[in-house]
Design a protein around this ligand. Structure first.
Ligand code: SAH
Length: 415
């Protein structure tokens, strides 16, 4: 497998490791398995370093606590790779991490699924690094410049453990602006010698989806909703479905595949709505999808709901899967208000006895707060909900620390 020449220009991490001591609360968090050391908890530091230098954290008795990636550009100053006992952070170490993560995902391959998250950052022991697979294409997404000097090691570990044809690099928004540490790497760059077709087809539970890993949101698809989509499929026989914030039609295709007679998808993004139409085409070999009636709108979800209420258009199942509403703690109250408003608007177009499916991907909003907000709004609408199921994370998005839990979803019947 050939990679682009630019990779040989990347800087290497310094041979000299940074030695750190941290505060007692910081040490406690580390011992409880938390993957970050914040700048404020550092009490002693041997010398300044560059992003990606290895930092070793010692306790008062000079015993090893952990080793991690140093990042002077972030308040998350060190991302922990290895705690408790020292280990060389080399290709073998990376290969082991990838193999362990891959083993957890093994059941997916038996479910006709070849699009899934292979490495879920902190939760798979590689903080700030996400690797998604879409059929034969891997997408590596970096959330910190600290990974840049280790990129070649990661690629070589992937080559040893994961067959793939193409590999694409994605950078998160903050990192994308830190040109000085990127050595010419850009968001959406193909690192393998040949660029893939820009639209990739992959399968999820037997349904074909396209994704654009170079330009699409996240790495091209919202892989984390797979299990909730499968639940919707099992509830959809003969039903009319309204899928709000539908992106490329994930829930819509599952609903149709489950026998829904009518599926309306709403997303404010025109490219997403267009991709929905193509995803419907990709699945014309599936009889239920062929027989379903689809309507796909590129429209604001709140507006669409208001209009449907006016025209008294009602559905058997209403799905609400909005983008993250709270980026930080100060936005939590506003996010909860928005979730309540959505519940209210969703119930306005839900038939009596219909099912509301409402999800949140804001990690700042706790699941208790979220479910309470939905119930409160439903009671205020005079339609107290009867819960069918509360769901969390799918298999390929494991949770290993508190902030790792972000996804929650309620399935509930409304009188
Ligand atoms: N349910 C989708 C993922 C939703 S992600 C899936 O299963 O793949 C959130 C989506 O909300 C994005 O596609 C974004 O374009 C869309 N969005 C954001 N604000 C919106 C709004 N006000 N009205 C409608 N869609 C919106």
């Amino acid at each position: 497998m050939d990679f682009i020449p630019a990779l040989s220009q990347l800087s290497s991490p310094s041979a000299q490791r940074i030695a750190l001591r941290i505060s007692a609360p910081g040490e406690r968090a580390l011992k409880q398995g938390h993957p970050w050391v914040f700048d404020q908890s550092i009490t002693e530091q041997s010398h300044e370093g560059l992003p990606g230098d290895l930092a070793v954290i010692f306790d008062d008795k000079r015993s090893f606590l952990a080793i991690g990636l140093y990042d002077p550009t972030s308040p998350i100053r060190v991302r922990i790779l290895q705690a408790t006992k020292p280990a060389p952070i080399d290709s073998t170490w990376y290969q082991e991490k990838i193999k362990t993560a891959d083993a957890i995902r093994a059941p997916l391959k038996e479910q006709a699924t070849n699009g899934y998250r292979l490495i879920h950052g902190e939760n798979d022991g590689l903080p700030g690094l996400v690797i998604d697979r879409y059929a034969e294409t891997l997408v590596v997404k970096l959330y910190t410049p600290a990974w840049v000097p280790h990129l070649n090691e990661i690629l070589s570990a992937l080559q040893q453990t994961q067959p793939f044809d193409h590999l694409i690099l994605r950078l998160n928004r903050t990192l994308n602006k830190q040109a000085e540490y990127l050595y010419g790497l850009t968001d959406g760059l193909t690192l393998t010698a040949q660029t893939p077709e820009s639209l990739i087809l992959f399968k999820e539970n037997g349904i074909t989806f396209e994704c654009d890993p170079i330009h699409g949101q996240k790495t091209g698809f919202f892989l984390d909703q797979r299990e909730n989509r499968a639940r919707v499929r099992s509830l959809s026989q003969g039903k009319s479905i309204l899928n709000l914030f539908s992106y490329t039609g994930g829930f819509s295709l599952y609903a149709a595949d489950g026998g829904a007679k009518e599926v309306v998808s709403v997303d404010v993004s025109l490219p997403a709505a267009q991709a929905t139409l193509r995803n419907i085409e990709h699945n014309q070999n599936r009889p239920n999808v062929r027989n379903a009636i689809f309507e796909t709108l590129d429209q604001d979800a709140f507006e669409a709901l208001a209009q449907m209420k006016i025209s008294n258009r009602l559905f058997d199942i209403v799905i609400l899967d909005p983008p993250m509403f709270a980026q930080n703690q100060s936005q939590v109250e506003a996010a909860l208000t928005a979730y309540r408003r959505l519940t209210h608007l969703g119930l306005d177009v839900l038939k009596r006895g219909g099912i509301l499916v409402q999800a949140s991907c804001s990690s700042r909003v706790s699941s208790v707060e979220f479910f309470d907000a939905i119930h409160r709004s439903a009671r205020e609408s005079g339609r107290p909900l009867q819960e069918i199921e509360r769901t969390g994370h799918p298999l390929d998005h494991p949770i290993k620390y508190k902030e790792g839990a972000y996804l929650k979803c309620l399935f509930a019947a409304a009188p």
